[in-house]
Design a protein around this ligand. Sequence first.
Ligand code: AMP
Ligand code: MG
Length: 315
Amino acid sequence: MIIDFQTAVKLIKKGDVVAFPTETVYGLGADANNIMAIKRTYELKGRPSDNPLIVHVSSISQAEDITRNLPDSFYKLAESFWPGPLTLIVEKDPSVPDIVTGGLSTVAVRMPNHPLALKLITQTGPLTAPSANKSGKPSPTKPEHLLQDYDDSLPILDGGNTTIGLESTILDLTSKKPEILRPGAISHVELSEALGEEILPFQEKKNHDSKPVKSPGTKYTHYKPDAEVKWIKKIPKSLENNALYVVYSQNEWPDVKNLISYKGNFSILAKDLYDIFRRADHLQYEKIYIEELPVLHEDTIIPALINRISKACTE
Ligand code: AMP
Ligand code: MG
């Protein structure tokens, strides 16, 4: 159900869960101090309870309230990239309920770059907000996606389509060297430059790794449509009718309804990706073939795209 801004504020204050827009994807917002509301968030999403939530703030002082021992790097990065698609992992203040962090002593904090989100959080205080998809499904990037996933009782603050379309970059500031736990629109290169020190790039964890996973959510399959997603090196001359093809290279492509061409525009592909996944299911395609992306572009959104698409390819 689409609701107006004042209703969203009222509902959150009384402990309800409200879907709201950010620049990355839609979030499922709840008062970060309200344990019952946060429980409801996990239930609504069907999310495992060891997968912690990102707390969204609208000011540095709100971030200071929920954390402690903030390092200089936090202030440097917040100044450079907030509001924006960067989540910082720092020490949590003991007042933050354990259910927010899945029992971890750290908390993930982000200031979203969306006027409605910032106005909302200014009036409600910090909000826990996981991506608003049902667990395992592609994140919602437009209100229609929420209407597909939930019944009409979910209150939705409508902010149109999200502009980035992939979840935030997560950077851990509690390890010896800052480390990217999830790639997003803010790249490894931008972060290293702003910080003036080396940071560890994102490293895909393999299932047989014995090291504990630092970002619990990354061990779950995400972003999966029902259609089978596959990387493809070369697009064949004759296309399969039951497959949707997503290509980026600048070739002359046939003008057919099951081929979408991005002509090297990776930001637009990122913005559209989850909608493509959902549309493919709606149109009952059995497969989605995605042209293999060039890997050597650390300074762009490509690592994030490769990460999300690869996860969608997993069994
Ligand atoms: P989502 O809200 O769906 O974008 O997922 C949030 C992501 O943030 C998940 O992958 C979580 O594992 C990760 N996350 C949240 N809190 C922490 C934390 N304290 N330490 C490491 N990762 C976290
Ligand atoms: Mg998510």
